[in-house]
Design a protein around this ligand. Structure first.
Ligand code: DHB
Ligand code: FE
Length: 282
């Protein structure tokens, strides 16, 4: 049977995607040094975990879905996923491999469990997906992992609640662990932590709240899932609402998890960056 071996979360700021190919030159750069220093333990964990598939829970920021059509939950079921120009030039990364059979198994299970997701047999993936993939597996080969993009709306209200996203994650976990092939699966939750890019509170960061999130998500996610989406926006900023993607990741994992690694750094661009590696209890 397929097995979820662990979950990883990271911020997905586009500037990071731009910096990753120059990481070796930036390790002593005062701006990037501390940020990149956090990633080797996550990469080492992935090298020993050797996942076959990465389920990537992220948000589309306007590349594949725009304000005219905005699904709350969408899942890729394509053999390949391509990035495209998001306004800063044609991407230079190769497409990502999909696993349509596992995608359809997850879609079927979710709809049976009353999560009526949008299935996408064609889907462009934006920086919310590509930056974490490049950060965790630098060099554009991704250790051969196949990917399942799962997209949650964090862009246009109404957004799904933290609890709804956690429950979606639980259903995704049940779907994966009922798949009859022997696959090792990791789940990624991307985005966060606190940030607001626009409006009166542009530049808003809430370190105290981020630290609470990084702590409670490990063993007491119910402290976080009882928040409303409006409380989350107030505490984390308009784009800090991306934390619902982390909660969906946490829902996929078992009740008991082991924290392998975490890191927090203020700031890259306008965002407080967070990193977490959780191993699933056997
Ligand atoms: C930034 C952060 C994001 O989450 C994003 O999607 C785009 C930009 C930033 O801090 O620059
Ligand atoms: Fe974002």
């Amino acid at each position: 049977m397929a097995r979820v071996v662990g979950g990883l979360t990271t911020s997905h700021i586009p500037a990071i995607g731009n910096a990753v190919p120059r990481e070796e030159q930036l390790v002593n750069d005062p701006y990037w040094k501390e940020f990149f220093a956090a990633y080797p333990p996550a990469r080492a964990w992935l090298r020993q975990a050797k996942p076959d598939v990465a389920v990537v829970i992220y948000n589309d920021h306007g590349l594949n879905f725009f304000l005219d059509k905005m699904p709350t939950f969408a899942i890729g079921a394509a053999p390949k996923y391509q990035n495209a120009d998001e306004g800063w030039g044609i991407p230079t990364i190769p497409p990502f491999e999909g696993d349509p059979e596992l995608s359809w198994h997850i879609i079927n299970t979710l709809v049976q469990e009353e999560f009526d997701v949008t299935s996408c047999q064609e889907m462009l993936v934006d920086h919310g997906f590509t930056v974490p993939m490049s950060l965790f597996w630098p060099g554009n080969t991704y250790q051969g992992v196949r990917t399942i993009p799962i997209c949650i709306n964090t862009v246009q209200h109404p957004l799904p609640s933290p609890l709804r996203c956690f429950k979606l994650g639980q259903a995704i976990g049940r779907a994966i662990e009922s798949y009859p092939k022997d696959l090792k699966v990791v789940v990624l939750g991307t985005g966060g932590l606190s940030h607001q890019l626009d409006g009166e509170r542009a530049g808003f960061i809430n370190k105290k709240f981020d630290e609470l999130c990084l702590d409670k998500i490990v063993n007491e996610p119910s402290v976080l899932t009882r928040m409303s989406i409006h409380e989350l926006v107030r505490e984390a900023g308009a784009q800090g609402a991306e934390f619902i993607l982390w909660l969906a990741m946490r829902g996929v994992l078992h009740h008991r998890v082991k924290k392998v690694h975490s890191s927090y750094h203020i700031a890259i661009s306008n965002t407080a960056t967070g990193l977490l590696v959780l191993e699933n209890a056997a």
